[in-house]
Design a protein around this ligand. Structure first.
Ligand code: GLN
Length: 194
């Protein structure tokens, strides 16, 4: 059984915990460094990235998470979680930091008020067919990818909404609320082969 964690500082922790448990993983809610040390992979949930960043620093979790990323621990971030894995963000609140690891630039709240939340289908070639039903909630967009990051999915207008780099995966949208858990399976496969 893969032992994985869900970063449980803020956000939709419970949804990811349920998905991962249903997929057969042994799930720990991670709030402290010792809990992070006990898992082989970590999911960063959706929520508010600036709040998760602040709480991570307050709880002494920023450095351990950065170290785990540098050490090759598989991580999967949805929405706010993608923002936290990005090396660069635009439109962060003053002083907002990320853990980094993905060689991308991410814009927060990229769809603005005209499309605060919406659902659409996106092709994810790496996950096969059918296309994925994707739920976007005040979602970020990947504005630029460095050479080490690979786009896994784009909207019809070409904007990138899923990325991977080695052991790190991020999506702008929230598979944990749709019943299509192929990204969670993909993450668990990376944990098993790490
Ligand atoms: N807008 C949020 C942020 O900046 C992300 C929203 C989400 O995770 N659904 O962190």
């Amino acid at each position: 059984k893969p032992r994985v964690g869900v970063l449980a500082l803020q956000g939709d922790v419970r949804e990811h915990e349920l998905v991962l448990t249903n997929l057969g993983a042994d799930v720990t809610l991670v709030r402290r460094p010792a809990e992070l040390s006990s898992v082989s992979g970590l999911v960063l949930p959706g929520g508010e990235s600036s709040v998760i960043d602040k709480l991570a620093r307050l709880f002494g979790m920023q450095e351990p998470i950065k170290a785990a990323i540098a050490d090759g621990m598989p991580m999967y971030g949805t929405c706010a979680g993608l923002i936290l894995l990005a090396d660069r963000i635009t439109d962060g609140i003053a002083g907002q930091q990320t853990f980094g690891g993905l060689d991308v630039t991410v814009r927060r709240n990229a769809f603005g008020s005209q499309a605060d939340s919406f659902e659409t289908r996106v092709a994810v070639p790496a996950l096969g067919t059918p296309d994925m039903h994707a739920v976007f909630i005040r979602a970020p967009i990947v504005e630029a990818l460095g050479p080490r990051a690979e786009a896994l999915a784009s909207l019809e207008d070409g904007r990138v909404v899923a990325v991977r780099q080695a052991h790190l995966t991020g999506t702008s949208f929230h598979p944990e609320v749709t019943g299509d858990y192929r990204f969670h399976e993909y993450f668990l496969d990376l944990v098993r082969s790490a």
